[in-house]
Ligand binder design. Structure first.
Ligand code: NAP
Length: 251
């Protein structure tokens, strides 16, 4: 029960890694606001899981790239669950497009969600928490691609490496005001985003050969690292980025 009594807002929690984080958070004692952008039924399912663990849950629709949506998500969470203690900036999208074929729209949408999105989410949350004199924690979800080059990701990879810089710089400004900021970089984790990789006999063996643990990870294995960073046990940890990747980045 490392998160007993804490209230968390997790973006993109209707599926995949966000769901894994929500499950672990509920098991560790947190109440959870489950953000999603389109999959309302899946978000309801995650909220039901949280409640099944005896914790409170709400679902909060909204696009992390739209400030008005973010303000509404934070406001509803504060009003219906109480003051947010933990923000997890997990929502993200990935497309694979060769550099020379990338369009302005593809670049803009992906960077808007993955890199710009965590900014309004963090700013709105921090503004309110700091004004009320509350302590808290933010965890950004980056990617192995902050450390490794994969084809067709010239737009995606910079968003994830950029989150490391966002983490360090935000930490320098808001940790003195009570909010720790860290980043977790997942490796290959089995979700809808990576379903095509998991099913690719051409790609998968080559990737697994680079992963010391020898397999893909599960969303809950990312969740446990995020829970640690978010807990009071990590009270002296801020501005850090860690790879939860079975040893892929280190090889
Ligand atoms: P996923 O299975 O595709 O799930 C994406 C989640 O993000 C869904 O809940 C989706 O909501 C939500 N979302 C997408 N765009 C959004 C937006 N604009 N506003 C709010 N929510 C939005 O992805 P995943 O694999 O769990 O990935 C989660 C995070 O981990 C991403 O940041 C991704 O880049 C990162 N990551 C994943 C892997 C991996 O191997 N899976 C590896 C490294 C990093 P809806 O369900 O409503 O569409």
């Amino acid at each position: 029960m490392r998160l007993k009594g804490k209230i968390a807002l997790i973006t993109g929690a209707s599926r995949g890694i966000g769901r894994g984080i929500a499950e672990i958070f509920a098991e560790e004692g947190a109440d959870v606001a489950v953000n999603y952008v389109s999959a309302a039924a899946k978000a309801d399912d995650v909220a039901a899981y949280v409640r099944s663990k005896g914790r409170r849950a709400i679902t909060v629709p909204g696009d992390v790239a739209v400030r008005a949506d973010v303000e509404s998500m934070v406001e509803r969470t504060w009003k219906e669950l109480g003051p947010i203690d933990i923000l997890v900036n997990n929502a993200g999208i990935e497309t694979i497009v060769p550099f020379l074929e990338l369009t302005d729209d593809q670049w803009t949408r992906l960077t808007d969600v993955n890199l710009r999105g965590p900014w309004p989410c963090s700013q709105v949350y921090c503004g309110r928490a700091i004004a009320e004199g509350r302590k808290g924690s933010i965890v950004h979800i980056g990617s192995i691609q902050a450390a490794k080059v994969l084809p067709g990701r010239t737009h995606y990879a910079p968003t994830k490496l950029g989150l490391e810089a966002l983490t360090r710089n935000m930490s320098a400004e808001v940790t003195p005001l009570g909010i720790r900021v860290n980043c977790v970089h997942p490796g290959l984790i089995e979700t809808d985003m990576t379903d095509w990789v998991m099913k690719s006999p051409d790609l998968l063996p080559g990737i697994l050969a680079q992963i010391s643990v020898g397999r893909a990870g599960q969303p809950r294995e990312v969740g446990t690292a995020v829970a640690y960073f978010s807990s009071d046990e990590a009270s002296y940890l801020t501005g850090q980025s860690i790879h939860v990747d079975g040893g892929w980045a280190g090889k």
